[in-house]
Design a binder for this molecule. Structure first.
Ligand SMILES: *Cc1c(COP(=O)(O)O)cnc(C)c1O
Length: 393
């Protein structure tokens, strides 16, 4: 579509494929297969499917294709492939391009399932993985080897919100020819400048801000046409991680409002972080949008806002954290993020339970850490809710 369209226009119109009925809303092609006009046409399509020709929903589907094109257009990549979940996207992005003997350098602060893929799965197939402190550029430099094939990082870590200097890490990785794969969930597609900063492959759990309404699981891998079609697609289409068309339709509808939602959430997150900073009942307020955040300057240069998650550290450990969670009335206890509903999580006993105490300590995930994903409620109501819950300490 039009190259000069701005993000909000693309989020509503890009990639649309209308049927002969000219429907306004995107149609859901809830079909696993497609009928061919002749045996010759079937043979031809298997040999080489054209731009708007489909074979089987595991390979591709028109509704899924609309979602892929729409999000690729705002991320600024040539192409994308949608997957059944964020983890299907992360694991396919890595596994599709690696083989025995390859070396990967990864930031240590990772979502538990990403850590499992790198630490337990890839190594089982003879891929060597070196973990580094993602904020330490010397550590990235020291870990790089001539056989380093990929670099993996979460642009903003969960739940301690460390922001990685993507531009510098990408430059270091590219010196040895490594592919830079970024799990960009916490940055969100709205604030992402990952491609411009040097990422080769950008991965999202669409479950988070893209759906943004807590309904379905999904993921997307974005990159060059060469990488998506020659490396990723053969792997995903034959191993079965495809997104289903109904999910793609929900994701398309999520994209239409994503820019509005995420900007509003980030604005409320900043208000809440400012209201809580310096509160004597709290140990720390971690939010990249606050000047006190250790990577505040990088966050502002890289994503311009602080994102939609605020992390608090309570002085009184788990007992105090649990009292706060249980005292919240608006914010619900769950473990998703990027939802319209504000959500509170105690990472040490849930999302990061799998890690050892030592691993959690190394990542700064103490028993007092509480993660708040900011939703679309009124900012003052949320500030009151959190403030009242803090009285419980
Ligand atoms: C949620 C999440 C994932 C996994 O996504 P699913 O859709 O739950 O499979 C991967 N990485 C990050 C940073 C996440 O927050």
């Amino acid at each position: 579509m039009a190259d000069n369209w701005k993000t909000r226009t693309k989020l509503v119109h890009e990639g649309i494929r209308r049927s002969q009925y000219g429907e306004v809303a995107e149609p859901i092609f809830l079909t696993q297969g497609f009928v061919y006009d002749s045996a010759e046409q079937a043979a031809q399509r298997f040999e080489k499917a054209g731009e708007d020709e489909f074979i089987y929903a595991r390979y591709g589907n028109p509704t899924v294709r609309m979602f892929e094109e729409r999000i690729a257009s705002i991320e600024g990549t040539e192409d994308g492939f949608a997957t059944a979940s964020g983890m299907a996207a992360v694991s396919a992005a890595l596994t599709s391009m690696l083989k025995t003997g390859d070396h990967v350098v990864s930031a240590r602060a990772l979502f538990g399932s990403c850590l499992y893929v790198l630490e337990d799965v890839l190594t089982r197939f003879g891929v060597e993985v070196t973990f580094v402190d993602g904020t330490d550029l010397d550590a990235w430099r020291a870990a790089m080897r001539p056989d380093t094939k990929a670099v993996f990082l979460e642009s903003m870590s969960n739940p301690t919100l460390e922001v990685i200097d993507l531009k510098s890490v990408a430059a270091i990785a590219h010196e040895v020819g490594a592919t830079v794969i970024v799990d960009n969930v916490f940055t969100t597609p709205v604030f992402s400048r990952a491609v411009e900063l040097g990422a080769d492959v950008v991965v999202y759990s669409a479950t988070k801000h893209i759906d943004g309404q807590g309904r379905v699981l999904g993921g997307i891998v974005l990159g060059t046409r060469e990488y998506i079609r020659k490396t990723l697609e053969p792997y995903v289409k034959h191993t079965g991680g495809a997104m289903n068309p109904f999910t793609a339709w929900l994701m398309l509808k999520g994209l239409e409002t994503m820019d509005l939602r995420v900007r509003a959430q980030a604005e409320t997150a900043l208000k809440l972080a400012k209201a809580l900073e310096g509160d004597p009942r709290l140990g720390r307020v971690i939010y990249p949008g606050l000047a006190s955040h250790p990577q505040h300057d990088i966050a502002m240069a890289q994503l311009e806002k602080g994102g939609t998650v605020v992390t608090l550290e309570l002085k009184g450990g788990q007992a105090e954290a649990f009292r706060v969670l249980n005292a919240l009335k608006i914010v619900v206890i769950s473990n998703n993020l990027g939802d319209t509903k504000s959500i509170v999580t105690h990472p040490a006993t849930t999302t990061h339970q799998r890690l050892s105490e030592d691993q959690r300590d190394a990542l700064g995930i103490s028993q007092g850490v509480v993660r708040l994903s900011i939703g679309l409620e009124d900012a003052d109501d949320l500030i009151d809710d959190v403030s009242r819950a803090l009285d419980a300490v």
